[in-house]
Design a protein. Sequence first.
Length: 110
Amino acid sequence: MANSNLVQVIKQIAVEAVKAGKPCDYRIGTVVKENPLNIKVSNSVILEEDFLHLPRNVTDFEVELEIDGTIHNCKVKNCLKKGEKVLMLRKAGGQEYTVVDRVVNEYDSK
């Protein structure tokens, strides 16, 4: 019986350590400014571009296309626009966020 209690105590310590460390969490933000990029995550917190990591799928970028054997350089205009909702992951223990992608259908947990 003592072994069982010890295992439960160790499990509880591990759970509390993870909660205290805040390994990462996700947030839904709203783009409030495009250039420089600013994303609002709460009534009092607006993240500036310096605190954001952006994947290519939410930025403008160039791509090479081959059409009938001819190479064409094309610009894909995919940067975030004011009012768009985005899914973000917060870096463990920090203030930096990675924008994962646009949110098409925001889940309302209220």
